[in-house]
Design a protein around this ligand. Sequence first.
Ligand SMILES: *[C@@H]1O[C@H](CO)[C@@H](O)[C@H](O)[C@H]1NC(C)=O
Ligand SMILES: *[C@@H]1O[C@H](CO)[C@@H](O)[C@H](O)[C@H]1NC(C)=O
Ligand SMILES: *[C@@H]1O[C@H](CO)[C@@H](O)[C@H](O)[C@H]1NC(C)=O
Length: 367
Amino acid sequence: MATHSSSSPILCASFNQDYSCFVIGTRDGFRIFDTNTGRLCYERVLGAFIIVEMLFSSSLLAIVGAGEQPSLSPRRLCLFNTTTGAALRELNFLTSILAIRMNRKRLIVILQDKAYVYDLNSLTILDTIDTVPNIKGLCAFSPCLDACYLALPASTTKGSALLYNVMDHHLHCEIEAHRAPLAAMVLSSNGMYIATASEQGTMVRVYVVSDATKSFSFRRGSYPSTIYSLSFGPSKQLPDILAASSSSGSVHLFTLGFAAHQSRSRRPSGFLGSIMPGAVTEALDPADHHVLHNAVPAGVKSYAIIRKVENVTDTSTSEVLACRAIMSIITYNGYFQEYNISIDAQNELSWTLGREFNLLNVKALSS
Ligand SMILES: *[C@@H]1O[C@H](CO)[C@@H](O)[C@H](O)[C@H]1NC(C)=O
Ligand SMILES: *[C@@H]1O[C@H](CO)[C@@H](O)[C@H](O)[C@H]1NC(C)=O
Ligand SMILES: *[C@@H]1O[C@H](CO)[C@@H](O)[C@H](O)[C@H]1NC(C)=O
């Protein structure tokens, strides 16, 4: 999430791997917030930042300058310790850094035509992947060490992605997801699913990564809008929810409980599986798709995540009465919103704005 827009006060925004914190980069510096309480936890006024990524709730940040100050080059990655307030290491590249991803073992650096895979602790390069021109720095990375996949665009004319296993250093499969080039993709935190959206289409597709044959499609509306963010909910197991924010101002929720019953791992091991668009086997029931109309201002970039999902059960019969979720949204005009969402047994959606505040006005609590 590092797209620069001259008019928005927020240059970049990212949630950490378990959604417990989020970081925003502004023209003045960067700020870390606690997602649960909305508290401003950390702030540095150092200049403009175009990428700020946090590793879980650790003291490690990966930061890249926006190039507005000579000392903050967009070609330099700085690993920053928030406890000491000092740089740990710096890595310089020949071209601008477009995206950074991390988990506890790997650091991924995305440039326009390359992806570098580093060992996070030693910072030795483990892999250099040549990519098609990737000017938006599109990528998806799973923080899970058991299914540690990196997805990169495979084409500039079609919506296909290559999935690499960056623990074992091999190409896992190619997914031909859409006819038009990819606009967004995300891997679930357990590495089990990948969701994709194209630049032109109205479909969001979900694939089971281990099984290179299954796919599911959601039609998110009749009119194409730009997908600003795609993210899976926090569940380690199903059911999970996929959230997509878009330029129309709507946020779409896709419930994925269905896939619990799908058979997995039909792909022979060691074989480079390929998913063809024709293999889209099941269009999902529209019942699995809910829309929050005008949840965010239309045309303003936003980043929506589902932070919490829980069942409400009848204590005497243990029957599931509803599924409740909390959705957190960062809008690049400077706001944080939190919606309480409930989907009842009749599949009726209800939602209320639980909280909203300006991310730029919040003052750090004096400690
Ligand atoms: C940051 O500094 C603190 C204090 O010296 C240290 O305990 C911590 O391990 C450091 N974090 C990283 C990511 O190196
Ligand atoms: C919620 O209920 C569904 C069945 O309706 C079940 O499969 C799922 O495991 C439950 N989730 C949680 C988090 O308890
Ligand atoms: C939203 O959910 C949170 C946590 O479940 C709860 O504390 C809060 O009161 C709810 N707010 C609204 C407006 O329903």
